[in-house]
Design a protein around this ligand. Structure first.
Ligand code: BGC
Ligand code: BGC
Length: 624
């Protein structure tokens, strides 16, 4: 009898712990905050509601004293170049955050401001933050646990400045590597995007958004941003470029709904499963209709079918692309389609006034405004922002761990797991740490800015010393070898005579968004010369490519005894030398197909109708 009772108790215990663990691992539904939200909503005027839906850029609104209060601003952003006036130090960012919150709390109902930023590979606008590899590299790790941990550390570094919302993860599924945003995607394969996207949301948001070390995530850009057709139509707002310049960014995704769902939707399904609190509709169009204008996409699929309970934030001025000649009409269409918050960096006053008029004219129903504000407030409650017992100021005790060696160790691990060994003739790699002399060359050999790519301190990133901390490849090589080894360096690959081995570090300079759209992915002449110069010293040559996407490497392939792709690894160059010197046996696998020629593009694994004949197939990656 006693025994039987024991086993029943055990079963109950196991059941309870199962139920408990599944409760803690799946975040609390956002709609569970509706009772508190409703109470607050009932007290709000139309102006206060519209203020919650209006997101100016911080520098724009702060330079007009009184506007935060006058327009009841509920959210601000820092776009890629919207930095503190005092520069990009940790202090300056934290001070800016506190100032914004202070301004927000002077407003009628004292609803805290939700501050958003592109912390897309670490807290990447802040000097001295750990810059993790961009998503394209993380895709090569296939490691969800790692991606989740990166999200957790990114959230922690963000919270050191107070900022509780990142416009990430990007769950794009780039189908054409000529697109300048290819590196923001984990893979051309929807399955990889699906599970790594989910891991990223779980890492950033944690199991409970109210944890002061969690941040709100934003899955973007919904949907099909990576599926656009290349055209030569110029893009308004971007520099024109030479005749025949190719554009993919903000283009048209031409495909039926079944294909859209198969390739581009899975990342969002996973993000919603992980409890993502915000989603950013894409600039791009789907069969000619702006995503920001599509009720089918925003309301029917996301909110009704997939049960998304968070809010939609429009992309930077994207609403106005719906009808470029008629701003008010664009706002009407987008809000009625289901957009909840508008990213209107400088035009926030017009947005506010136009939307107010639209409601008064009966062109946007009050029920739509209430739905939008409910969704935004749910997230504010979930984040604990509404908790009056909590300080609205940043927690400066977190400064101590900002950019710490523990955080950098995680980035180093991410790099060594993401480097893909493409070719390794005659066991050129791993290199012994005892060789007599290594000659290192190439424009990215000693260049942290090139390692980090776009979205690093500046929107477009910057070649050279963009941020302190970390190590360039050259610095990492010097740190790795024994005292018997001499390390020499030249930018152009000259002077390698007598060396045991040469390392060429070549690839792309930083870029972001449409600025990086390129028809020709060939190596530049300078890079080819570096490899040839090293080779002419009669030594084995290791070529390391640092780039936002696969490049056409045929011209140097015969001269490269070993070839590796590091994509955009970020600040911790030692992750690369862990692989070069064999402290880590490479495991990275390509998350994109690597083409032989420009003529083959677009080339990916989702095109059964095309002859798949890449230089290195999707999934390729050697070990020692
Ligand atoms: C970017 C912003 C950037 C701005 C510069 C936008 O498209 O996303 O982050 O600051 O352009 O004009
Ligand atoms: C980009 C987004 C980004 C936003 C804010 C836009 O130009 O498309 O990815 O989150 O700017 O910087």
């Amino acid at each position: 009898m006693k025994k039987a009772f024991m086993s029943v108790a055990t079963i109950i215990l196991v059941l309870c712990s199962f139920i408990f663990s599944s409760c803690t691992s799946s975040p609390k539904g956002l709609a569970s905050f509706d009772p508190q939200v409703k109470e607050l909503l009932e007290k709000m005027t139309l102006e206060e509601k519209i203020g919650q839906m209006t997101q100016p850029e911080q520098d724009q609104v702060l330079s007009n004293p009184g506007d935060m209060q006058k327009y009841f601003i509920g959210s601000v952003l820092s776009g890629g170049n919207s930095d503190p006036a005092e520069g990009n130090s940790l202090e300056a960012w934290t001070d800016l955050y506190d100032r914004v919150q202070e301004e927000g709390m002077k407003t009628g109902l004292k609803i805290p401001v939700l501050y958003g930023i592109d912390a897309v590979h670490g807290h990447s606008n802040v000097l001295g933050a750990v810059m993790f590899p961009h998503n394209i590299a993380l895709g090569c790790t296939r490691d969800a646990e790692l991606v989740e941990e990166i999200g957790r550390i990114t959230a922690k570094e963000m919270r050191a400045t107070g900022i509780p919302w990142t416009f990430g993860p990007c769950v794009t599924v780039p189908q054409d590597i000529r697109w300048g945003r290819t590196y923001e995607g984990f893979s051309e394969d929807p399955a990889i995007v699906r599970y790594l996207g989910k891991a990223a949301v779980l890492g950033l948001q944690g199991s409970d958004l109210s944890n002061p070390l969690s941040v709100l995530a934003c899955a973007k850009h919904y949907v099909g941003d990576g599926g656009t057709t290349a055209t030569t139509d110029p893009r308004p707002g971007f520099p024109a470029g030479p005749e025949g310049r190719l554009w993919l960014d903000q283009g048209d995704t031409e495909m039926d709904e079944a294909a859209l769902r198969r390739i581009h939707l899975p990342g969002y399904i996973a993000a919603i499963e992980a409890g993502v609190g915000s989603i950013m509709p894409s600039y791009s169009t789907w069969n000619g209709v702006r995503c920001s204008a599509s009720k089918r996409l925003l309301t029917e699929i996301l909110k009704e079918e997939l049960g998304f309970e968070g809010f939609l934030i429009s992309d930077y001025n994207a609403i106005y692309q719906i009808d470029p000649k008629n701003a008010k009409k664009s706002i009407m269409i987008s809000i009625n389609a289901g957009m909840d918050m508008a990213m209107v960096p400088s035009g926030y006053r017009d947005f506010f006034n136009d939307l107010k008029e639209l409601v008064e004219e009966g062109k946007v129903p009050m029920s739509r405004i209430d739905d939008a504000v409910t969704r935004i407030l749910r997230v504010k409650f979930a984040l604990g922002l509404m908790d009056e017992s909590r300080s609205q100021k940043a927690d400066r005790s977190l400064h101590r761990d900002f950019g710490s060696s523990e955080h950098r160790a995680l980035a180093r691990e991410a790099i060594r797991k993401s480097v893909v060994l493409l070719k390794n003739d005659n066991q050129t790699l791993p290199i012994s740490k005892e060789v007599a002399r290594i000659h290192v060359s190439g424009k990215s050999a000693d260049n942290i800015g090139n390692q980090c790519g776009g979205w690093t301190i500046l929107w477009q990133g910057k070649t050279g010393n963009v941020t302190p901390g970390g190590a360039t490849v050259l610095e990492a090589v010097k740190a790795a070898v024994s005292t018997n080894t001499k390390v020499t360096y030249s930018l152009d690959g000259m002077g390698a005579d007598g060396a045991t081995l040469g390392i060429a570090v070549i690839g792309e300079l930083p870029y972001a968004e449409g600025i990086g759209d390129r028809a020709d992915l060939s190596l530049d002449a300078q890079d080819i010369a570096v490899v040839n110069n090293l080779k002419s010293a009669g030594i084995p040559v290791v070529v390391l490519v640092i780039s936002g996407r696969p490049l056409i490497v045929n011209e140097i392939l015969p001269q490269a005894d070993a070839l590796l792709a590091a994509f955009l690894p970020g600040t911790e160059g030692q992750g690369i030398t862990d692989v070069l010197f064999g402290d880590y046996n490479p495991t990275g696998k390509l998350s994109f197909s690597w083409p032989k020629s420009n003529d083959q593009l677009p080339l990916n694994i989702n095109m059964p109708e095309v002859d798949y004949d890449p230089l290195f197939p999707f999934g390729h990656g050697l070990s020692y």
